[in-house]
Design a protein around this ligand. Sequence first.
Ligand SMILES: *[C@@H]1O[C@H](CO)[C@@H](O)[C@H](O)[C@H]1NC(C)=O
Ligand SMILES: *[C@@H]1O[C@H](CO)[C@@H](O)[C@H](O)[C@H]1NC(C)=O
Ligand SMILES: *[C@@H]1O[C@H](CO)[C@@H](O)[C@H](O)[C@H]1NC(C)=O
Ligand SMILES: *[C@@H]1O[C@H](CO)[C@@H](O)[C@H](O)[C@H]1NC(C)=O
Ligand SMILES: *[C@@H]1O[C@H](CO)[C@@H](O)[C@H](O)[C@H]1NC(C)=O
Ligand SMILES: *[C@@H]1O[C@H](CO)[C@@H](O)[C@H](O)[C@H]1NC(C)=O
Ligand SMILES: *[C@@H]1O[C@H](CO)[C@@H](O)[C@H](O)[C@H]1NC(C)=O
Ligand SMILES: *[C@@H]1O[C@H](CO)[C@@H](O)[C@H](O)[C@H]1NC(C)=O
Ligand SMILES: *[C@@H]1O[C@H](CO)[C@@H](O)[C@H](O)[C@H]1NC(C)=O
Ligand SMILES: *[C@@H]1O[C@H](CO)[C@@H](O)[C@H](O)[C@H]1NC(C)=O
Length: 426
Amino acid sequence: MVLLLLPLLLNLLSLAVSASVVKVHRMCHVVPVGKGGDDGPSILSAFNQCGQNGKIVLDQYYSVNTVLNTTGLNNVHIELSGVLQDTPDIAYWSPNSIFLTYQNAEQHYSWTTLLLIISSSLMLRFPQYGGGTIDGNGQVWYDGLTTGGSTGVAGGSSTTFARPVPLTVFNSKNVLITNITYLNSPFWNNFVYQSQYVEYSWITMSSHSYSKNFASNTDGWDIYRSDHITIHDCEINNGDDCVSFKPNTTNAWVYNMVCNGSHGISVGSLGQYAGETDIVANVLVNNITMLNAQNGARIKVFGGNPSPNSMAGGGTGYVKNITYSNFYVNNTDFPITTNQCYSTPAATCEAYPSKLTISDVHYINVTGMSSGAENATVVTLECSEPCTDFTATGTHLVPPAKFGSPVYLCANITNTGALDFSCTAP
Ligand SMILES: *[C@@H]1O[C@H](CO)[C@@H](O)[C@H](O)[C@H]1NC(C)=O
Ligand SMILES: *[C@@H]1O[C@H](CO)[C@@H](O)[C@H](O)[C@H]1NC(C)=O
Ligand SMILES: *[C@@H]1O[C@H](CO)[C@@H](O)[C@H](O)[C@H]1NC(C)=O
Ligand SMILES: *[C@@H]1O[C@H](CO)[C@@H](O)[C@H](O)[C@H]1NC(C)=O
Ligand SMILES: *[C@@H]1O[C@H](CO)[C@@H](O)[C@H](O)[C@H]1NC(C)=O
Ligand SMILES: *[C@@H]1O[C@H](CO)[C@@H](O)[C@H](O)[C@H]1NC(C)=O
Ligand SMILES: *[C@@H]1O[C@H](CO)[C@@H](O)[C@H](O)[C@H]1NC(C)=O
Ligand SMILES: *[C@@H]1O[C@H](CO)[C@@H](O)[C@H](O)[C@H]1NC(C)=O
Ligand SMILES: *[C@@H]1O[C@H](CO)[C@@H](O)[C@H](O)[C@H]1NC(C)=O
Ligand SMILES: *[C@@H]1O[C@H](CO)[C@@H](O)[C@H](O)[C@H]1NC(C)=O
């Protein structure tokens, strides 16, 4: 059966919809309006018409000044071989982007998003014929953050400077995003939120500021309340975590990655809010090249707190079954770091150790050279309560030559005999 849409409809929607030979298989080819016009409405129309059992072709340059809130997608292939560029319009995006509550609703700790993908069952592809770009036009946001003095956390706290996430996968299942480039995200590049079976591969990412203002918080991925997440074969240049496993990430695989200039591949931060339970379990991070970074293999957990309403530690839960293997670092401040007193004053952490346990953590073949920012220290494993079943094999980490022999700091790690380096107390 051949499906044809009325030419009138096409004109109205600024869409070229071509026929397809497969029953209920629709194709929408989005034609840009040009002359600096907003292509958002046309793209939304394409999602509406072809977002189920269809294909959407984005093979031109599109300027987007409309929040792309897509929903109900199912078995759709999106061929992004062109460029989706978000306008640098802080006044539009800040109040209009979608607020997603993150962790503590009372704190209105929410992120905005430009392209939000919602579905219960979906196969979304930027497939092999992709090669396109999502350009977040971040420079105005990097500059605005510095000059405006606002951290731009969305939700209740700001509708005038709320930095958006270019692509969020929300309440989705079976999503594949492959072979595309992300440029200059205003904030996190990717947010994976309450989703399962999401895979990203062959992603090239660069969030780079061309002014003196840093490209802050340009995390590669933040994963939250999600299960079965895979990220592989990506090249990331950014200014914050390369990948971050936020609360309730389970079964995550990250491999064959080059991360440059980042804050590492991080579990956490966790345990920030008293009364909340955060879990990160079953994570395998393998074959990583980590260059010019603040951290390499990192776990960060808040300490405890006496207040039942604390928003600065005191949460409970666990980190369990985490493996970092074949992890090469160079010019990295903390090649291996686990901190269970993250952002917690030492005295508070000593009086109120963390209630979020860390166990079953394995470092296999972590090698390379630190930056020397911590002098000779290449490993810090500092827990406030005993951290159990940590192992390290094949560790070959050195500081730059002038700092001499490497130093490994450990506190409250049970069975340091299972580590292939000699711990000293901090
Ligand atoms: C996004 O779409 C969903 C589903 O249609 C809807 O419930 C929600 O209100 C929309 N959000 C915004 C901010 O438009
Ligand atoms: C990515 O897309 C480009 C451009 O179409 C293509 O040449 C290349 O083979 C694709 N790569 C992968 C890994 O799919
Ligand atoms: C490790 O990852 C790199 C890409 O960063 C890839 O070229 C290489 O083949 C991978 N090695 C193995 C053994 O898979
Ligand atoms: C890493 O980032 C620095 C600073 O942006 C850049 O000069 C360098 O070429 C990058 N290295 C790689 C391997 O991408
Ligand atoms: C994480 O999962 C646990 C156990 O299911 C649940 O109690 C907790 O509320 C979840 N936390 C978040 C932040 O979703
Ligand atoms: C530990 O995590 C890895 C990676 O997700 C998984 O393959 C393995 O089955 C997990 N082990 C246990 C005992 O759950
Ligand atoms: C660790 O490195 C050694 C030597 O390169 C290699 O034989 C071994 O397979 C690696 N271990 C893992 C778990 O990849
Ligand atoms: C780290 O990079 C520097 C500069 O490129 C290089 O000289 C050094 O050999 C590298 N160190 C290791 C351990 O690979
Ligand atoms: C590194 O050593 C110098 C000289 O001893 C010292 O002043 C500095 O505080 C040390 N830095 C760190 C991070 O320990
Ligand atoms: C180790 O844990 C104990 C509680 O079990 C705590 O009193 C102590 O401060 C911790 N040590 C360090 C160095 O954090």
